[in-house]
Design a protein around this ligand. Structure first.
Ligand SMILES: C[S@@+](CC[C@H](N)C(=O)[O-])C[C@H]1O[C@@H](n2cnc3c(N)ncnc32)[C@H](O)[C@@H]1O
Length: 201
């Protein structure tokens, strides 16, 4: 059993349901119009493993621990209480269940060549979303939000990483880590030497 929160007009629902034909989906959205459109789209695609429902993420009618997986895509950025929403969803997961959360971060947009007009347009979008009670920069907060919501987060590769890619990964993670650790050591040594200097003077 999979719960899709904030399914909108079903843009992700079609792919999810088609790729996992043996899973049963419950997809909900606060907008009845979007739910109706999503149903029309999946019906037209011949999809039969999705049950649609109009519901508010903050007042869900589902029993605790009733889903194996929960899918959330581009929804938290529209909510004024995203951690609370994640906490509510987390309670619906059965023990050992998993959650996928995908959010954007409009502040990570770069332009080449740089354009002050384009940057202003992005800033305008960020501001409009803030005024609407959301957060267009939520992508960078996802990890702490999930921790705050009590999710048990574990990092693991989603598929075996090919060796050459693993070597590149190690260059970008292990070496900076070693450098950071030796930098810490040098700074400690420096602190020690300056404090000894102070004592000796
Ligand atoms: C950007 S759309 C994303 C739709 C879909 N997940 C996708 O990726 O295509 C955000 C959706 O969240 C829904 N939403 C916003 N607040 C909600 C709430 N409190 N409860 C349920 N859905 C909500 C909106 O109605 C909208 O359909």
């Amino acid at each position: 059993m999979v719960l899709e929160a904030g399914c909108g007009i079903g843009a992700q629902t079609v792919t999810l349901a088609q790729r996992s034909p043996d899973a049963r989906f419950t997809s909900f959205d606060v907008s009845a119009d979007s739910v109706a459109q999503a149903k029309r789209t999946t019906d037209a695609a011949g999809i039969t493993n999705v049950h649609f429902q109009q519901a508010d993420i903050f007042a869900l009618p589902f029993a605790p621990e009733s889903f194996d997986h929960i899918f959330v895509c581009f929804v938290l950025e529209h909510l004024s209480r995203p951690a609370e929403a994640l906490t509510i969803l987390n309670r619906l997961l059965r023990p050992g269940g998993t959650m996928t959360v995908i959010e954007g971060d409009h502040g990570s947009t770069y332009f080449h060549p740089d354009s002050s007009a384009a940057r202003m347009a992005i800033q305008c979008l960020v501001e409009l979303q803030r005024l609407a009670g959301g957060n267009a920069l939520i992508g960078r907060q996802l990890y702490p939000l999930m921790v705050e919501a009590g999710l048990d987060l574990r990092l693991r590769p989603i598929s075996p990483i090919p060796k050459p890619l693993m070597q590149v990964f190690e260059i970008f993670t292990e070496r900076p880590r070693q450098t950071a650790s030796s930098a810490t050591r040098s700074s400690r040594a420096w602190e020690k030497s300056t404090s000894l200097d102070k004592i000796s003077h």
